[in-house]
Each structure stands twice: as C-alpha cells, then as structure tokens.
Design a protein around this ligand. Structure first.
Ligand code: FES
Length: 262
C-alpha cells in the first residue's frame, strides 16, 4: 500500500458522544484495521489518529482533548484538513475465535477489526467499555456487523457494572477463544495482557505514544528498551514484544520527552 499525502474536505461529522466525534473525509483510503493517519489541522498541529472507517469516505473518531482536537471538533462540513498515510502495522488476524477489548475512544480501531474478522468468517466477541452509557462507542455498528457484544460501564448505566477487564476474566473462563486484541487506556491494556497471558491467549495491543514525525525518523515514540517505534513497528504490538517494554503500563513521554507516569 502506498503512503500518500492528501488535502481533503470534511464530508460528514457524526457526534458519537459528548466529547467524541467521527469525521468522514472526502477520501478513498484503503487501509487495514489498526492502521492510522497523521491528520493536520491547519493553523494547529498534526495528530496520529486510528482509522475508524477505512476505504471510501475514510473516517477517524476523535476525542476532544487539547487545542488541536478542540479546533477539529469546532470544524464544519466542507472545511479542509491534511492527511498523511495510512501508516503503521495493522492488527493481524490469525485466530478463529477472537475476543477484543475496547475502552472509550479505543474502540476506533477495534470496530474495523471486528468488521474485518466477520468478513473473514471468524467469530468475534467485543467487550465495549465506557464510564457511562452515553459514552459507549459503536455498539449499534458492531451489532449490525454480527459481533457478539458485551457492554460494561463503570456506573452500571448499561450492561455489566464493572471494568472491561472483569468482563474479560469471566469470558475467558469459558475457554472458547484463541486470540485477543485490545485498545484503550494503557492501564486497561496492561491488565488485559496480564489476564490473557494467564489464560494462554496470544494478544495484540494498540499502543499510543506522543508522535512528532510519524515516519520513524525523530525517535519521539520509541518504547523504552525495546528500541521499537510506535509509529513504524507499531502501533500494534504482539504480547512477546510488549513484555520487553519497561514503560508499558507505567509511564509515557510528553512532547519534550519527559516521563509522565500513569
Ligand atoms: S514519531 Fe518520529 S519516530 Fe515515531
């Protein structure tokens, strides 16, 4: 797949939750589940964003946090954005009975993964977690696609009143899965990996780090000690790679490279 650079119009905007919007762009961008683009908001910054809708009218689903995403959230249909990509190593589906855990906006790459798995004839259960019912993402979309859905909310307003990891633990006791995927808050993914490992399940984790170049040159996104770059060798890593990262689940780095502990 060729990496490209595009100037595109916003074709449609969907308000998913109070602070999350999906932007469909006037761009046909084939991509694999788990890949990302660098989205440039004119006058602001460029941000790495998981592709939530690959292909025609490519889409990204964005949480409002910080000045660039706040500006993006204020933009309208017809406004112009810059796109580079698609980039990164996609999720690789090898199992037959899959389980995926998505927390909050972490559902952005999990939704196309589930759709792809179903298209490939695999069974997939998706644990969708959020703080409260109104923050849940892509429940209808994945029900329509034919995924089995388990919902968890911290406050019990929908589905099970627990964290996604509790639901995962319960589900894995049934012993019917052979591969696991996760994207969401790093502390959640850390626990997902721990639980999946206990159950002998291979896992792929979608990692997030501060990006500058997005093309493997600047070193801003290197995981500690593994030497692997999230923008290039990631963002999706296998459990055997993740276990070598001493920063996973402990700290990230800010724009200046300073450690920020979770
Ligand atoms: S963002 Fe520059 S090497 Fe990854």
């Amino acid at each position: 797949m060729t990496d490209g650079v595009y100037t595109v119009k916003i074709k449609d905007i969907v308000k998913e939750t109070k602070n999350i919007k999906t932007f469909r762009l006037d761009l046909d961008l084939p991509a694999l589940p788990g890949q990302y683009i660098m989205l440039w908001v004119p006058g602001y910054d460029e941000k790495p964003l998981s592709i939530s809708y690959p292909g025609r009218d490519m889409g990204v689903t964005v949480l409002r946090k910080g000045a660039t995403t706040a500006r993006l959230h204020d933009m309208k249909r017809g406004d112009i954005l810059g796109v580079r990509g698609p980039f990164g190593r996609a999720f690789k589906i090898t199992g037959e009975r899959l389980i995926a855990v998505g927390g909050g906006v972490g559902m952005a790459p999990i939704a196309p993964l589930a759709e792809k798995a179903i298209e490939m004839g695999r069974e997939i259960t998706v644990i969708i977690g959020a703080v409260t019912k109104s923050e849940l993402l892509f429940v209808d979309r994945l029900e329509r696609a034919g995924a089995e859905i388990i919902i968890t909310t911290d406050d019990g307003t929908c589905g099970m009143k627990c964290f996604t990891t509790h639901a995962l633990e319960k589900e894995l006791e049934k012993g019917r899965y052979d591969e696991c995927f996760t994207c969401g808050p790093e502390i959640m993914m850390y626990k997902v990996l721990e639980i999946a490992k206990r159950h002998g399940l291979p896992t792929q984790v979608s990692m997030e780090r501060y990006f500058k170049c997005g093309i493997g040159i600047c070193g801003a996104c290197v995981m500690d000690d593994g030497g692997l770059r999230v923008c290039k060798e990631g963002p999706n890593f296998r459990d055997v790679e993740i276990e070598k990262f001493k920063d996973f689940g402990k700290y990230t780095r800010d724009a200046s490279g300073k450690k920020v502990y979770w």
